[in-house]
Design a protein around this ligand. Sequence first.
Ligand SMILES: NC(=O)c1ccc[n+]([C@@H]2O[C@H](COP(=O)([O-])OP(=O)(O)OC[C@H]3O[C@@H](n4cnc5c(N)ncnc54)[C@H](OP(=O)(O)O)[C@@H]3O)[C@@H](O)[C@H]2O)c1
Length: 342
Amino acid sequence: MGKKYNVAIVGATGMVGAEFIKVLEERKFPIKDIRLLASGRSKGKSLKFCGKLHQVQELGRDSFKGIEIALFSAGASISKEFAPLASKAGAIVVDNSSVFRMDPGVPLVVPEVNPGAIKRHKGIIANPNCSTIQMVVVLKPLHDAAKIKRVVVSTYQSVSGWGKEAVDQLWEETEVALSEKREVKSDKLKKVKKVLPAKIAFNVIPQIDVFLPNRYTKEEMKMVNETRKIMEDSDINVTATCVRVPVITSHSEAVNIETENKLTPEEAIEILKKAPGVEVIDDPSKEKYPLPIDAAGKDAIYVGRIRRDASVKNGLDLWIVSDNLRKGAALNAVEIAEHLIK
Ligand SMILES: NC(=O)c1ccc[n+]([C@@H]2O[C@H](COP(=O)([O-])OP(=O)(O)OC[C@H]3O[C@@H](n4cnc5c(N)ncnc54)[C@H](OP(=O)(O)O)[C@@H]3O)[C@@H](O)[C@H]2O)c1
């Protein structure tokens, strides 16, 4: 029998936490003991893991005694304070927050793209932003084939990307609007805890995370900077517009790439059919393309609408869809942990 590990999930009661539990079970990660950690609000709650109920414990400074792998998804401030403590206690941390991603001493890893970076860790490995992960898995094999010079991406990101309170906001706003049979302005909604910057039901919001001095949002700059770090190529130019849409799960992206060398849509499709973690759904004659509703709950990154960008010499347009809670968060982190124990 192979070695089994003591694993902690920080943020176990959240949307990503729930996916961590599912993914670890499904992939039969070799677990000796699981420790489920959350805030004081969840103290006393129990969650099922592999058919057995486990009490959720309140996260504290001593939570990591005996833990070998700690999977963090409880937000940036929690990671900032507790990931170094977990690492000091002997655990290897895989962190879902943005805190350590651009730290030059912390590997930022997507196993299909830069698995070699894992071994450079010093106790903490960062999991990239959900919208970056699904994009780079598709772009890497195309970059290897034709050298990408520039990426222009517009995202259509689901509300679960902002956590369970944003999902509740969408449901409640939708219910109120349907019951009144009209669109309701956010300031009229009393029951809803508004966590998104505007009403999301029957709307789209061109803001994800806060604005920066350069007028991009933080989410957009994550896509720029993280793509360069993961692809290990600081010459790739990236510009992003990130938009929240009233979809529960799965982010979609319209991606335009300009390449140094010519790559036809047919060549790109053949490359992507062989790419790990990618599934091509692209049949205009049957109106087949990836949809967020179909990608939810699945592991793959789906790509379609692959066509030549006729406005430049060497360019392609693509449509990329993936479940933000799985490959965009929990699955990618568990795959990193699988590499660690190989
Ligand atoms: N959602 C995504 O698609 C996605 C993708 C990539 C990365 N992430 C990152 O993953 C993290 C969590 O996202 P989520 O969507 O799972 O959010 P969520 O559904 O709102 O869950 C938040 C989790 O954090 C816990 N938490 C909050 N404050 C805490 C505290 N003071 N001490 C201990 N635990 C605390 C919550 O515990 P309680 O239930 O006890 O409050 C809950 O388990 C965020 O950093 C997010 O940026 C999310």
